[in-house]
Write a protein that binds this ligand. Structure first.
Ligand code: HEM
Length: 447
């Protein structure tokens, strides 16, 4: 970590461990505001996505994944929640974990102020099939991504350590750039139909490059650094991450090649590599868990575990879908729903529970650790409410999957409303975190 950029502050702490004595995680103070604005916008988009989920519930139940409504709402989650949250997290992680201060903080802010409003316009334009709004939205999104990718790429050479996390970030931003190109092709096709029958194959390519290449590879790389810290796990065999990254990074282009050409053999090799890469990641997570010092798993760390279960389900459906083809629209919808909503969306929620309280703690209490009433990082939110939220969100994805299996709109509405309720609990929790912890503690401190 750069000495000029961060100050020693507490670890993720526990209710009983005073933050001052806990080791290790130190936010990069120069980029706290940058991360904070990204996290706030990401939360708004998660909420918007959850509301949108209720709206598209019947279309999901009937496997109507080509609907513009579904595509619009999907991007509230993928660009609005996931991509915005990842940008914010990288602006913290790069200085703290890799010793690479962000190259241009102002470019980071400029990227945010183009990307964040652009996502909303793009998603609304797609959902509403309004070309003018789509065009303004995609222009802002593209500029925002170009600025963020350039900034991150210019930051990476400054890193003091070039480990697997560093390599994962480099790979991930490359896949994000490809995602953008494929997305623009798909958007143009919505107006012109120029790729005709190839639409579903290009769409499948786009979403795998995006979800596996951009989001999952980031998750694998970031988890490699953060899980041992969050779990207090030392001495695990850490070779699985490297293998996972190689398999995933080779598997994505091979799958893309197989899907976009008629050489199905490449698609099958790609799928095999992706399955193996994902299995290696799961093995790595297990290795961290098996050596963890803290036996009790806190709420933030339960989300990634549940998310992995949904990702495993999606991984099992993947080869089935490739075998039966894109006409099995409900299987396809269940596959993306499980991997996206139950998998990567929930995984990032768990990491939010670890990262955001730490940043907020730094902003409110740095230098005041000994003052009475100052909460530990873990006391900034309710562990009980987090467990309720997890139960709601996990149950909601299961109900949605059942709804798709039964083609039941009513069940889909129930699942979507449950998901929205879980997100509302999350918003309430993070609002508490943002103002420095529960009111009674803050009041005590003032007294
Ligand atoms: C970078 C900018 C992006 C653009 C311009 C874009 C554009 C599009 C478009 C136009 C569609 C609809 C295609 C059609 O129905 O024919 C689509 C679908 C989709 N995209 Fe993106 N996308 C972007 C980023 C992402 C990211 C980052 C993710 C995931 C992390 C993602 C995941 C998906 C998924 C899952 C679908 C299928 C939605 C459905 O079933 O309707 N996209 N994208």
């Amino acid at each position: 970590m750069s000495a000029t950029e961060s100050q020693p502050i507490p670890s993720v702490g526990t209710a009983t461990t005073p933050p001052a004595r806990a080791a290790g995680v130190s936010p990069a103070t120069r980029s706290v505001a940058l991360a904070g604005e990204h996290f706030a916008a990401a939360m708004l988009y998660l909420l918007a996505g959850a509301v949108g989920l209720v709206w598209i519930a019947p279309e999901l139940a009937h496997g109507n994944y080509l609907s513009p409504h579904v595509a619009g709402v999907t991007h509230l989650f993928t660009l609005g929640w996931l991509t915005t949250a990842i940008f914010g997290a990288l602006y913290q992680l790069l200085p703290v974990a890799l010793g690479a201060p962000i190259r241009w903080l102002r470019v980071g802010h400029a990227s945010f102020w183009t990307f964040a409003p652009g996502v909303g316009l793009f998603a609304c334009g797609v959902a509403d099939s309004t070309p003018a709004v789509q065009h303004v939205g995609i222009t802002l999104v593209a500029v925002g991504i170009a600025l963020a990718v350039t900034n991150i790429a210019a930051t990476l050479p400054r890193a003091r350590r070039r480990d697997v996390t560093w390599a994962a970030i480099l790979l991930a931003i490359t896949f994000l750039s490809s995602t953008l190109v494929l997305g623009v092709v798909l958007l143009h096709n919505l107006h012109t139909g120029f790729i005709a029958a190839a639409r579903t194959r290009v769409l499948a390519t786009h979403l795998h490059v995006a979800i596996v290449g951009w989001v999952l590879i980031t998750i694998v790389g970031v988890s490699h650094r953060l899980l041992p810290m969050f779990l207090l796990a030392h001495g695990a065999d850490t070779r699985w991450t490297r293998r996972a990254l190689i398999l995933l990074a080779v598997g994505v282009p091979l799958l893309a090649l197989g899907l976009t050409t008629h050489f199905t053999v490449f698609a099958w090799i790609g799928v095999a590599l992706l399955e193996a890469g994902f299995a290696h990641f799961v093995r790595q997570v297990r290795a961290f868990h098996s050596v963890r010092v803290r036996k009790k798993i806190d709420p933030g760390m339960r989300f990634p575990m549940v998310a992995l279960a949904f990702l495993i389900f999606a991984a099992a459906l993947g080869p089935v879908l490739l075998a039966i083809g894109s006409r099995a629209t409900r299987v396809g919808t269940a596959y993306v729903l499980s991997g996206l909503l139950g998998g990567v969306v929930m995984y990032v929620v768990g990491f939010f529970y670890k990262i955001v309280p730490l940043l907020s703690w730094t902003a409110h209490y740095r230098g005041q650790m000994s003052r009475p009433g100052v909460p530990t990082v873990a006391e900034m939110y309710s562990a009980r409410a987090a467990r309720v939220q997890l139960a709601m969100m996990a149950a909601s994805v299961i109900v949605l999957l059942v709804a798709i299996a039964l083609a039941s709109s009513i069940a889909a509405y129930a699942g979507a409303v449950l998901f929205l309720a879980g997100v509302l609990v999350f918003v309430a929790q993070l609002a508490t975190v943002a103002r420095g912890g529960p009111r009674q503690r803050v009041a005590q401190e003032a007294a």
